[in-house]
Design a protein around this ligand. Structure first.
Ligand code: MLT
Length: 210
């Protein structure tokens, strides 16, 4: 069921694991329904929280405005990142959730990266699929020990490999525990992404279960 409360159109799917929900953040032109099957597959049992980006680019939902492909309106990005942080706090309250792990694709991965840098307490960690550096001058964030998986495409026409490496370096410098894998893929999601994300999610859960 789609809800129109808490400041974002969103879907919420309860699960037995409300302590570690997934925050699903779609790519440009997607919506709150897109990543639910992926979330169910990658984190069976996790509660799923899936907002729709509030910006429309010629009818395509996004999480923040851009001036051109790969060129962001940073003032808008900053504002929308704080809006999303407010939504996560309100949703945690409403649905009784722990801090979520973000699973973001493309534009969704970029706002997840901005959330890590601007509001480091909001996320427990993140899977960023095809992200790029969101902020030209990121603030000094404290991400001590937060797990982050970055999945890049060696043939991605939107995100140069060097740009994704820079993002990994920024997050590592802030204290995050970053795994960065570059796949023989373009900007689109591939089967290899799913396998790597599933393995990584299992690995970070393992210490908790032990
Ligand atoms: C963005 O605008 O966030 C990136 O260019 C990725 C995209 O949405 O195509």
């Amino acid at each position: 069921m789609t809800h129109e409360t808490l400041g974002f159109i969103h879907r919420f799917e309860p699960g037995p694991d409300a302590a570690r929900p997934l925050l699903l953040l779609h790519g440009t032109g997607g919506d709150e329904n897109d990543l639910l099957p992926l979330g169910r597959m990658l984190a069976p049992g996790a509660a799923l929280l899936s907002p729709r980006g509030a910006v429309s680019e010629n009818g395509m939902p996004r999480f923040f405005r851009r001036l051109a492909e790969g060129v962001f309106d940073e003032a808008d990005l900053r504002r929308r990142t704080h809006d999303l942080a407010g939504f996560v706090a309100a949703a945690r309250d409403r649905y009784g959730l722990g801090a979520p792990l973000a699973l973001g694709f493309s534009n969704g991965a970029n706002i997840a990266a901005a959330l890590l840098m601007l509001r480091p307490q909001v996320l427990a960690g993140a899977v960023l699929i095809r992200p790029m550096v969101p902020l030209a001058e990121p603030p000094a964030a404290d991400l001590a020990g937060k797990p982050v998986l970055i999945l890049s495409g060696a043939l991605d026409p939107i995100v140069p490999v060097e740009n994704a490496r820079r993002l990994a370096a920024q997050l590592t410098a802030a204290g995050a525990v970053v795994a960065h894998r570059t796949l023989p893929a373009g900007h689109g999601l591939s089967q290899a992404d799913l396998g790597l994300a599933a393995d990584w999610l299992r690995d970070i859960e393992r210490p908790r279960a032990a």
